[in-house]
Design a protein around this ligand. Structure first.
Ligand code: SF4
Length: 302
């Protein structure tokens, strides 16, 4: 059985950078409270917890004097409230997310109705919208009826959306709402790192008969990656850790592809590959000993 990893998989640069920023700050200032998980991966959250980086849901829960903003970023109100509470701020916002925030602020000030193609409940989208002074919207279905008050509209995407799906969203949005729009701006805020992972997963699917997607079940981009893999028609399993692999999945398989979301650490991927290797060796038919074969054959003809 051949085991192959996707060409692009696992931690993106924004997540690696965020982990380094909070680890460095914890080493320098002591215990830190992180506003939400630094990474949507329970194994990494546990590892950071052991280094005194705890997750809090809101600033009112902060107990350690230092608060970290994760790679998903946050709105200006959070920065202001952090200062008002006398807390030290460690900003690990991914530079690509920061770019979206600045674009939204600029467009809102220029009189555009900002619309983000994305999940309104996702922390990145909530944080980016917070820079629109309350006027921005998030949506996944471009054809839902909208009360567009401004005739200048700007369309952006959650960074983890694929370029393909954003293009389809824009086309359908324009088809539905063009009658209310005088000016339209489309800003491609999808993240190249995520798109690279989708592309590599499709490539891997073409040469595999089983796909294993590794990553947190609470990670939106890992779930999306698993959906992309499943859409290829190849049997796909989304797991968090190596022990979840069911040996029965491997029966009769010749090529297993492994990929992982942008929040999955290298150790989890390596552990999965290692377990697949062990199971593959275990399933290999035992070499037939020449003597034993001769004995069996002799018996058959006696
Ligand atoms: S997926 Fe892209 S935008 Fe999101 S944290 Fe990683 S590099 Fe930044």
């Amino acid at each position: 059985m051949r085991i192959k990893k996707a060409k692009a998989l696992g931690f993106c640069f924004g997540v690696r950078r965020a982990i380094q920023v909070v680890e460095r700050a914890a080493a320098e200032h002591g215990p830190i409270d992180s506003l939400g998980s630094v990474v949507h991966n329970p194994q990494v959250v546990d590892r950071l917890g052991a280094k005194s980086i705890q997750v809090v849901k809101g600033l009112e829960e902060a107990r350690n004097g230092t608060i970290a903003i994760t790679a998903h970023g946050a709105g200006p109100q959070v920065m202001e409230e952090t200062a008002a509470r006398g807390l030290r701020l460690v900003d690990a916002t991914c530079p690509i997310v920061r770019k979206s925030q600045k674009v939204v602020q600029r467009l809102q000030e220029a009189g555009f109705q900002v619309i983000i193609y994305g999940d309104e409940a996702h922390p990145e989208v909530r944080g980016v919208l917070a820079w629109s002074d309350g006027s921005g919207l998030a949506m996944q279905d471009p054809e839902v009826p909208l009360d567009i008050r401004r005739h200048k509209v700007a369309l952006l995407a959650q960074t983890t959306k694929s370029e393909q799906s954003f293009a389809a969203f824009v086309a359908r949005f324009v088809g539905k709402h063009i009658g209310h729009i005088n000016e339209l701006r489309v800003i491609n805020t999808t993240c190249p790192e995520t798109d690279e992972r989708y592309h590599a997963a499709r490539e891997l699917a073409a040469e595999s008969d089983l796909l294993i997607v590794v990553g947190g079940r609470n990670s939106a981009n890992t779930r999306k990656l698993a959906e992309t893999c499943a859409a290829s028609g190849v049997e796909t399993h989304h797991i968090e850790t190596a022990p979840e692999i069911d040996p029965a999945w491997l029966a009769g398989k010749k090529a297993v592809g492994v990929t992982a979301g942008a929040s999955t650490p290298d150790e989890s991927i390596d552990a999965v590959v290692q377990r697949l290797r062990e199971l593959s060796n275990h399933h290999r038919p035992a070499p037939v000993e020449a003597n034993a074969t001769r004995t069996r054959n002799r018996r058959r003809y006696e």
